[in-house]
Every structure is written in structure tokens, then in C-alpha cells.
Design a protein around this ligand. Structure first.
Ligand code: HEC
Length: 132
């Protein structure tokens, strides 16, 4: 009898987890920025995104999409970033977030990269929205 109770409790827990997961997936389907907010958690140790936000280990990212690299006042960019100075359009950001050193060899951004294209697109959408 106690064995039966244990099994049914487990099943209920699994069902609840599944409902939660599918709820998240459909919300993300509506707006990539929603999914991007969760992905931005991986950037938050080093970046703020709100307008006028502080520089941390990395510069504030408000308005970064479409602007020239290395232009946040008061942030000490690497010599490599100052020299390469790419413009952060969608394609360049996509490459950067795949592997930062592929855009700026010698950059001081120590980040393994986001291997999934949809994660990169989502976090860029979030930065555009949250940083404007
Ligand atoms: C371990 C800290 C760290 C993490 C984590 C990190 N970054 Fe960075 N980021 C930096 C640093 C440091 C720089 C400045 C690089 C340089 O000067 O070479 C930077 C620069 C940038 C720039 C260029 C900014 C500019 O003004 O030109 C963008 C865009 C960026 N990061 C996006 C992200 C995103 C999006 C994530 C998360 C997916 C992320 N970073 C995760 C530290 C980090």
C-alpha cells in the first residue's frame, strides 16, 4: 500500500513539472524576449542592461544593438576591443555570442558562448527591449 502511494505521488509530481515546462515553452513562443530574459541570467554576473545601468565586469548593454563597440563611457575596454571596434549589428552580435574571440581576438570577455542560434536571437531581442 505504501508503495502505491509513493508511486502515485511521483506521477503527480512529474505531471506538474511537465505542465510547468510546456507553459514556459508557449510563453517563449509568443515573444523571444521572454526567453531572452532567462538567458540573460548568464550575462548578469558581468552586465546590466537597463538605461544608465552600472558597468560591472563588463559594460552596461543599454542601446548596444546597432552601435559601435567600445563606446560606453567610463568602461575600460580591452586594447583588442578598442582596436577591432566592430559595429554591433544583428549578425556581428550573433557571431560574438557564439564565440567572442571569433569577432575580437584577445577580448577580455570571458564567456564560453551560446551554442544555440535561438538562444542568441532571444537574448539579442531581450537586450533590444530591456535596454531601450
Ligand atoms: C565573465 C563576465 C562576462 C560575461 C558572463 C558576459 N560578458 Fe559580455 N563583456 C564582458 C567584458 C569584460 C566585455 C568587454 C570586452 C572587451 O573590452 O574586450 C564585454 C563586452 C560585451 C559586449 C560589447 C559591449 C560594447 O559596449 O561594445 C556585448 C554586446 C556583450 N558583452 C554581451 C554579452 C552577453 C549578451 C552576455 C551573456 C550571453 C555576456 N556578454 C556575458 C564580460 C562578460
Amino acid at each position: 500500500m505504501s508503495k502505491f502511494i509513493a508511486v502515485s505521488t511521483l506521477t503527480a509530481a512529474a505531471a506538474a513539472t511537465f505542465a510547468l515546462a510546456s507553459g514556459t515553452a508557449s510563453a517563449a513562443g509568443q515573444d523571444p524576449a521572454v526567453r531572452g530574459k532567462a538567458i540573460f541570467m548568464r550575462c548578469m554576473a558581468c552586465h546590466t542592461v537597463n538605461k544608465g545601468g552600472a558597468n560591472k565586469v563588463g559594460p552596461n548593454l543599454s542601446g548596444v544593438v546597432g552601435r559601435k563597440a567600445g563606446s560606453v563611457k567610463g568602461f575600460n575596454y580591452s586594447a583588442a576591443m578598442k582596436k577591432a571596434a566592430p559595429t554591433w549589428d544583428q549578425a556581428t552580435l550573433d557571431k560574438w555570442l557564439t564565440r567572442p574571440a571569433s569577432v575580437v581576438p584577445g577580448t577580455s570577455m570571458v564567456f564560453a558562448g551560446l551554442p544555440k542560434a535561438e538562444d542568441r536571437a532571444a537574448v539579442i531581442a531581450y537586450i533590444k527591449k530591456a535596454g531601450s
